[in-house]
Design a protein around this ligand. Sequence first.
Ligand SMILES: [Fe+2]
Length: 358
Amino acid sequence: MSLTAASRGIAGDSLEAASTGLKPGWGVRPERQQAILAAICDLAPGTGRLSAGQLRAVTTTLAGRRDLWADLVVRDPDVRWYLPLHRSSSCDVWLLAWERGQDTDWHDHGGSSGSFAVAEGGLIEQYRVPSGRLSRRRLAEGHAVAFGPGHVHDVAHGADGSATSIHAYSPPLVAMTYYTATDYGLIARETVAIDGPEGARGRGGADTALARATASAARLSSDSLPSGAPGIDELLAEARSGLQRLRPETAFAALTDGAVLVDIRPLEQRIVEGEVPGALIISRNVLEWRLDPASEARIPALARADMRVIVMCSQGYASTLAAASLRRIGLREATDLEGGFQAWQAAGLPTRPAQSLG
Ligand SMILES: [Fe+2]
């Protein structure tokens, strides 16, 4: 489910950004920003990390102040809508609108604590309790939850009509990790930089957290890299220039002719994606030690110069670098699976669910 920010076109407004925490283009007029700040300034110090309890005080207070947000809400049946209300170095506060069928997917908050309060309608929160078990609660208008940095949840619209909620995070959100619910529990899937709450994915732009993080990373890179250092794209191209990579169907044929498929994906990824029957699972972090013909930790049947090893990862990127590394230590026939497990599966070749350790 995607999420979009409102842009209300307040060009020409002159904001006192430092005092309000927001900047031009964020969609809330200066006088309203001042009113919001006045409502929460005693609850949320402008610096330092706020506790979950302090964040709850912020969200419940603002949820009860319809005069500060009711006229700002936009109802969109297609995308989950949000609007930033406040931002300081200690926390950010957001207004969200929910329609039937809209939810966030499982995610954490990148180390931030948080709180949200239901201002209108109802929401349903599924969440992971400390034991790892999943639980669920229905939150009606006026209810709020607060959580620490380890909280993982999936929030969804949960009543007949539209819903509105107020969310606050400390420190301000900069990244979130998404999870896939499996029979093994929640498995981390990807971490994304964000500039909005509860599921906004990489929507950058001027004056957003994402834009600042990107600019900061660019400065760091240009300042700290030695001149002439190759980027990952160059490294990958160089590795591929020395490989005869195999498409899934060709790899499948090679397996019947003495080649071995080596799966270097981590367990979490195999659980989410599945496995190839008969593939050898060798962790990337021990791959060279298992296959180097001169290594004491080698697997003798595999660690041979003429062994036709086909390395497989998820999409065929890490496998290229691994195969090139194997070639450098003497496995002259080593190569990798183009497109990785995902291409193998898309080609209709045999797969199975990840095998239980127990
Ligand atoms: Fe969340």
